[in-house]
Design a protein around this ligand. Structure first.
Ligand SMILES: [Zn+2]
Length: 80
């Protein structure tokens, strides 16, 4: 039974990239020419930044559990 593809991993990855792109576009928009119709304020940038960080954290948390389950037989259990 192969678990090479995980739908949750893919979804979380996509979500993270989406949020990151939103942040990058918003962050770069202040110097863009012609100026965009909507210029993101600092508060808005902070929200987007936090959202992308949250998405990354969520992805990491899932990935750990996900890979932990996948590589069951390669147990690196050197805890005291
Ligand atoms: Zn997964």
């Amino acid at each position: 039974m192969s678990r090479e593809f995980c739908q949750t991993c893919e979804s979380l990855k996509e979500f993270y990239w989406l949020k990151l792109n939103q942040f990058l576009i918003a962050a770069g928009s202040s110097s863009a020419w012609p100026p965009p119709l909507h210029v993101a304020g600092e508060e808005e940038l902070l929200v987007l930044k936090n959202e992308s960080l949250d998405a990354l954290r969520e992805l990491m948390r899932h990935a750990k559990a996900c890979y932990g389950l996948t590589i069951d037989d390669v147990t690196v259990d050197d805890a005291a």
